[in-house]
Design a protein around this ligand. Structure first.
Ligand code: URA
Length: 418
C-alpha cells in the first residue's frame, strides 16, 4: 500500500477500507507515514468527509494505536466531552463534582484546538500539574480521588494525540468524521460505561449551526453505540463564550469559583445538567431533577472544590487560591444599549495572538493572558459601563471590538438547545 495513493483516493471522494485506515494510522504512529502526509489526508477528509463505516473504522484503529485503561474500582466509569468552544471550562468542574457522587471519572482530554481552549492547557496553568502520568499513577489517583484529568499519551490514544496537534495548525478541525474519531478514540481507551457529549452550536465552536451540530451528535451517538459506549449528546449554545473567563489561568480561576458554589450561573447550570445526564444513565440517580439536586449540594458544600484540590495535588500541582494573571486593561461601553452579539472569532484570535493559544505545534502557551467578558447577549448596558477586561503579558492584545451593541432590546439566548 502506498500512502500517496490512499490520499489520492480520499482526495477524489473515494472510500477507504478498515485495512487501509489501519495501515495509515499504524504508519503514522511508527513514523512511516509522515506528518505532512497525515496533514494532507486530514485536508482530503475535511473536503470529502467520511462515511459512517469509515468513521467507525478510523475510531477503532485510533483506539488500537494504544492501550485501554484498566478498571480499578467497582464504581461506574463516566465522562463528559465537549466538541470545544470559547470559555468552556466545564471539565475542570465536572470531573471532581461527579467523583463526589460515587462515580469514577477517568478523563482523557485535549489541548487547545483552533480558537477553542483545551482542558490540558488550562490545568497546566497550575504550577506543577502533570497532564502526562503513567497508567499506574492514573489508576492510583482514580482509586484515591475518583477522578483524574490527563492527556492522550504514547500509550493511550497516541494516534489522536499526534493527529490532534496537526489538525490544530492545518485548518482541518471542522470535520464531523475527524472530530468523532478523535473524541471517541480517547473515550473508548478510558473504558467508560457512559459518556455525555456537549455538542457546541455557534460561532465560538466548530459547528456553526444546528444542522451541522445535529449531524455531529448523530455521528457520535451511532459510532459510540456501535463501539459499546452509550453516548448522550446535548446540543448547547456557543454563539457566545461560556461564562465570563476566556484564557488558561483565568478559566481555572472561574472554575474555582463555580466549584465553591459561586461563579457564573450559565457555567454552573450547564455543568449540573451534563453531570446529571450520566448519573441517570448509570442509574446513580432516578431522574435529572434528583441528580441535579445532589450535584448542587456537592458544589455548595465545598465538597467538589475539595475533590478538585485533591486531584490537583495527586497530579503534582500546587494551588493556593486564584492564579496570577497578566496586566489588566478595562474597556467600557461607548453608548447605552443592549448586547446584540459577541465577536467570538475575534476573541479567540486575540487570545492566540497574545500567546494564550498555538500557531504552530511547537508553541508554548502563556497561561496568564486572558479576556474577561462582563456581559452576555441580551444584557442592558449603559455608557461608561465596563464591558470587557484584557489581561496581557508579552504581546499586546490586537485592536478588537468584541461586544456589539444594539439600540433596541435583544433577548438573551437559551443555553441548552436540544
Ligand atoms: N475535541 C476533541 O477531542 N477532538 C476534536 O477533534 C474536537 C474536539
Amino acid at each position: 500500500m502506498l500512502t500517496a495513493n490512499l490520499i489520492r483516493t480520499k482526495r477524489d471522494g473515494g472510500v477507504l477500507s478498515e485495512a487501509q485506515w489501519r495501515f495509515l494510522i499504524e504508519g503514522f504512529c511508527s513514523g512511516e507515514v509522515a506528518d505532512y502526509q497525515m496533514s494532507a489526508m486530514a485536508m482530503a477528509v475535511f473536503f470529502k468527509g467520511l462515511t459512517r463505516t469509515e468513521t467507525a473504522d478510523l475510531t477503532r484503529c485510533m483506539v488500537d494505536s494504544g492501550e485501554r485503561l484498566p478498571r480499578v474500582t467497582d464504581r461506574p466509569r463516566v465522562d463528559k466531552h465537549s466538541t470545544g468552544g470559547l470559555g468552556d471550562k466545564v471539565s475542570l468542574i465536572l470531573a471532581p463534582l461527579l467523583a463526589c457522587c460515587g462515580v469514577d471519572v477517568p478523563m482523557i482530554s485535549g489541548r487547545g484546538l483552533g480558537r477553542t481552549g483545551g482542558t490540558l492547557d488550562k490545568l497546566e496553568a497550575i504550577p506543577g500539574y502533570q497532564t502526562k502520568i503513567t497508567t499506574d499513577q492514573s489508576s492510583r489517583v482514580l482509586r484515591e480521588v475518583g477522578c483524574f484529568i490527563v492527556g492522550a499519551t504514547e500509550t493511550i490514544a497516541p494516534a489522536d494525540r499526534r493527529l490532534y496537534g496537526l489538525r490544530d495548525v492545518t485548518g482541518t478541525v471542522e470535520s464531523i468524521g475527524l472530530i468523532t474519531a478523535s473524541i471517541l478514540s480517547k473515550k473508548l481507551a478510558a473504558s467508560l460505561d457512559a459518556l455525555v457529549m456537549d455538542v457546541k452550536v455557534g460561532s465560538a465552536g466548530f459547528m456553526p449551526n444546528l444542522e451541522s451540530a445535529s449531524e455531529l451528535a448523530e455521528s457520535l451517538k451511532e459510532v459510540g453505540a456501535e463501539a459499546g459506549l452509550p453516548t448522550i449528546p446535548v446540543l448547547t449554545d456557543m454563539d457566545q463564550p461560556l461564562g465570563r473567563a476566556i484564557g488558561n489561568a483565568i478559566e481555572v480561576n472561574e472554575s474555582l469559583d463555580v466549584l465553591a458554589g459561586g461563579g457564573p450561573k450559565e457555567v454552573r447550570d450547564l455543568t449540573l445538567r451534563l453531570s446529571a445526564e450520566v448519573l441517570v444513565e448509570t442509574r446513580m440517580a432516578t431522574d435529572i431533577a434528583n441528580a441535579e439536586a445532589t450535584l448542587a449540594d456537592a458544589l455548595d458544600s465545598g465538597g467538589a472544590k475539595e475533590r478538585f484540590e485533591k486531584m490537583v495535588h495527586e497530579q503534582g500541582g500546587t494551588l493556593s487560591g486564584h492564579l496570577p494573571l497578566g496586566e489588566q486593561k478595562d474597556y467600557v461601553a461607548y453608548q447605552d444599549g443592549w448586547v446584540q452579539s459577541i465577536d467570538c472569532p475575534a476573541i479567540g484570535d486575540a487570545i492566540i495572538t497574545m500567546g494564550g493559544g498555538r500557531r504552530t505545534v511547537a508553541d508554548v502557551v502563556d497561561p496568564c493572558v486572558g479576556i474577561d467578558l462582563h456581559v452576555r447577549i441580551g444584557d442592558r448596558v449603559e455608557r461608561g459601563q465596563p464591558l470587557w477586561t484584557v489581561y496581557e503579558s508579552q504581546t499586546k492584545c490586537p485592536p478588537i471590538d468584541p461586544v456589539v451593541l444594539s439600540e433596541t432590546e435583544v433577548s438573551p439566548r437559551p443555553l441548552i438547545l436540544e
